[in-house]
Design a protein around this ligand. Sequence first.
Ligand code: DGJ
Length: 433
Amino acid sequence: MSSAASSVRPQQEAPALESHVRTGKQQLPRKRKRKSEPLHAMVDDVAEQEVAWSSAVSKFQPGEVWYDTEGRTIQAHGGGILYHQGLYYWYGENKAGPTYMSFNLGYSTARVDIIGISCYSSPDLIHWTHEGPALRGGGHADLQPRRVAERPKVIYHDETRRFVMWLHMDTEDYELARAGVAWSKSPTGPFWYQGSFRPHGQQARDLTVYKDDDGSAYLVYTSEDNRALHIAQLTEDYLGVRPGYTRAMVNLKREAPAVFKSAGLYFMMTSGCTGWDPNSAEVFYSKSMMGSDWLPLGNPCMGATEVERTFTFFSQPTFVLPLPNQPGRFIFMADQWDSENLSASRYLWLPMWVLPVPLPVQQVAARQYEAYSAGGVKTMGRQPVLPPSAVDVVVQWESMWQLQDLQDPPLTRYESQAGGQTVLAEAIVQSFS
Ligand code: DGJ
């Protein structure tokens, strides 16, 4: 099998997702069949109504259509967020073009031509103003329409005062497998594209960047035909990689990395490699960014149904946003890809916590737990977590939610299998503070 095949071709059968659609308050994420209608036509038809919706909306609605402050559908796929001087900036792929199949080397993948990388700003993470293209398609060979530009992530350099964007650059057969870099003096761009390369000569497909508290920054990218993730520290100016890299999660075939830190530990959210189709998210953690011993914590999804948890609510992770001054509280950001019409892919943001695990529960190798919402309603079971760990990560399904909901982590009851017996370690888990 060619190297690119594992990146773009599903490796497992997706179940019949439509059968899990529900309605009303308990409405669940779904894989939609949508007509490939031109985006501008949809926008023109309903623009007036959408403006009203946009200003009235006050909660996150995972999996629904999201509009900017002008009532236009947000185009920021595979995105990431930078918090800078009181504003959030959301960068992502503008996929507002027709989806077509690209046939290469005997397999095919859905794609759109490069338009550019969008930037939106918001004071509250709900109302997003379109700041225009941060990085335009065209010009450089890497940015020609038939190429691939995915998963842009931006960090700020405190000394050079530059905003530095890293993104996955590829040819349409996904064989180029490079990391690209661009910079700007303004968070909204324009970003100046510097070019792309293979870090240490190694493939780079899905990628992210992470800036640590001490200003050191890291590039994390899927490499080795998607068999391993590589981690390389960025140079002092954030525009290149330093010598040396770490191989992590070797042979686990993980992609879509998103790094976050809590209680002094580093965490990485990942997906499996099934092209545009959803699969199970899995979190890993490590004591150091450059460590090769990232330990698995399992699938963090809680709530909804088992199928939905198994398929990460039919989404693929793209970023984890820490909430400023709120230890242990995050927003899990993911894409609900629509491979028949990529421009209509939706955003799924959910509350996420890093929780300390009570001592009795740490002693057992596998566990499942149930959680109770604040109203006392039993909401879920979940995947076993391996190995025993003092920390846990929970992504909670909500069809509609707001930032205040992050104050109260779900009450969690761990049910442990130890020595053939079921041990109930009832634990009201508090968030780190
Ligand atoms: C999975 C990746 O996570 C996406 O960003 C995209 O590259 C698709 N594969 C293409 O099939």
